[in-house]
Write a protein that binds this ligand. Structure first.
Ligand code: CAA
Length: 447
């Protein structure tokens, strides 16, 4: 079977940078260490006045198509995953296609376009849709463009304000891909949950503490379901495990769940037994509460072991480097984590070809999905061509009053007037120019 997977990646960050320990922490009366040590975050990417989910998505897609020498005729499908849509009918992919048609010859009139919604897991779902479309033989030799784009802003004063971010990840899904081939097997953990939602409102209603527990519960279920498909997994099976990363501290809580499962009944569990005992097994307990207490005690001891620390440093920590600097990009977050991993391997000159990643996606509401990806021989060329760190380093830092003004500009309930000056000057990119006669948003490319 010809492999299907990720053939190209491009990342577009919001142009503005908010320093979290240096600027946001003192303004909100928080300890800087809550960001750096607790949440694991150093900065947020934020959108300037002329940026939104369309401009960031179109800019990422344009750069990707341009670098790959693609024309609109080469694309048979455009799916946008977002939690920040501003229209309940017209999909964001039509706006992005319109932007791209203004700079390319040709059009996307014969491409299927859609918008995917399931909180942050929608980007991964769009990749799966593209995979299925190609496997079904409906693509006519064309690739799919998947764009995960979000302005992950929270109401001022909400606990989530600490974890904000804005950016887009565009991915090309194709046969015989250059970067990663997707596994056919997937594990799901899915349940009706009320932890984070936007019922016809711009900013989310969030039960922060509960959302963390729901993330962990669904991830646990998805891992069990994945192992039911592929058999037992082992920590050495995966070079990296990119998780959905709302903030790196969340991944620090989730990673031990996977590790415990992967070392069960292996030589690693046996080697650790003299110092921390064997893993508690439910059949050894009369009641569930006693089992869970014993399990929590085992997990606390497990994360203190050298074996766990070495695995975490090798497999998890490198997936967090982009997230630490940009915050939560919702639908794009797990794709940033995957990219961080590949950039780390390129930096360290690791020959990754043939190795596997285990990709753990999550969306509130709630659903986790886990699948494996196999690195392709030509991955390095694609990753070396990705200018993500230079884009991130080129952001413009803003002070707290500017942050407040920018947040207001993006708040649909506040009328800041039409002429709020942008902080930066757009250059060679799509920009938002205002509203049209039917209240549609309008865009143009600025040279
Ligand atoms: N030094 C070191 N660490 C400190 C510290 C200090 N001075 N002060 C606090 N910390 C630590 C805390 O101990 C805590 O770490 P642990 O959980 O490991 O103990 C961490 O910093 C955060 O502190 P709090 O729990 O006190 O923070 P908070 O209550 O203000 O809010 C939050 C944290 C709940 C994550 C909040 O930011 C929030 O609601 N975020 C949005 C929801 C979210 O991201 N949920 C994640 C799961 S849902 C999901 O993944 C979907 C999605 O993308 C939204």
């Amino acid at each position: 079977m010809t492999p299907v997977g990720i053939d190209g990646i491009e990342i577009w960050t919001g142009t503005l940078k908010l320093d979290l320990p240096g600027t946001l922490a003192p303004a909100l009366g928080e300890e800087p260490a809550k960001f750096t040590k607790g949440l694991g975050l150093y900065a947020s990417s934020l959108p300037d006045t002329y940026e939104d989910i369309v401009t960031m998505g179109a800019n990422a897609a344009y750069a990707l198509m341009d670098r790959h020498g693609l024309e609109p005729d080469d694309i048979g499908r455009i799916d946008v995953a977002t939690e920040s849509a501003f229209d309940n009918s017209k999909p964001v992919s039509t706006y992005i296609a319109g932007c791209l048609e203004s700079v390319f010859d040709g059009d996307f009139h014969h491409a299927n376009k859609g918008e995917r919604k399931f909180a942050c897991v929608a980007g991964t779902q769009s990749i799966n849709d593209a995979y299925n479309w190609i496997r079904a033989g409906r693509n006519r030799g064309r690739a799919a463009l998947v764009i995960a784009t979000d302005t992950a802003l929270y109401e001022r004063g909400d606990g989530g304000e600490l974890t904000q971010g804005a950016g887009a990840v565009a991915m090309l899904i194709d046969e015989d891909p250059s970067i990663l081939a997707l596994s056919q097997e997937q594990g799901y953990g899915s349940a009706d949950e009320t932890d984070f939602l936007k019922p016809n409102q711009q900013f989310p209603s969030v039960d922060g503490k509960r959302s963390i527990q729901v993330y962990l519960a669904r991830m646990r279920e998805a891992m069990a379901d994945f192992e039911a498909q592929v058999g037992e997994t082992h920590p050495d099976d995966y070079a990296y495990i990119p998780f959905h990363t709302p903030f790196p501290g969340m991944v620090r809580k989730a990673a031990p769940i996977g590790y415990r499962r992967m070392i069960r009944a292996t030589e690693i569990e046996d080697d650790l037994a003299p110092s921390i005992g064997h893993q508690p097994r439910p059949e050894a307990f009369d009641d569930e509460a006693a089992f869970h207490d014993a399990l929590a005690e085992y997990m606390d001891a497990l994360v203190e072991t050298d074996a766990y620390a070495a695995w975490y440093d090798r497999v998890i920590e490198p997936t967090l480097s982009l997230s630490r600097e940009v915050g939560n990009w919702y639908t794009g977050s797990v794709h940033l984590a995957r990219t961080s991993a590949l950039l780390d391997a390129a930096d360290r000159d690791v020959d990754l070809a043939g190795m596997q990643l285990l990709v753990a996606s999550y969306g509130s509401g709630a659903q986790a999905e886990i699948h494996a990806e196999t690195v392709r021989p030509s991955w390095r060329e694609e990753i070396d061509a990705l200018p993500v760190w230079s884009h991130i380093e080129a952001r413009t830092s803003i002070d707290f009053p500017t942050y407040e003004r920018i947040h207001d500009v993006h708040n649909h309930d506040i009328d800041t007037g039409a002429d709020v000056d942008p902080v930066t000057v757009p250059n060679g990119e799509f920009v938002f120019t205002g509203w049209g006669r039917m209240n549609e948003r309008q865009y143009e490319f600025v040279d």
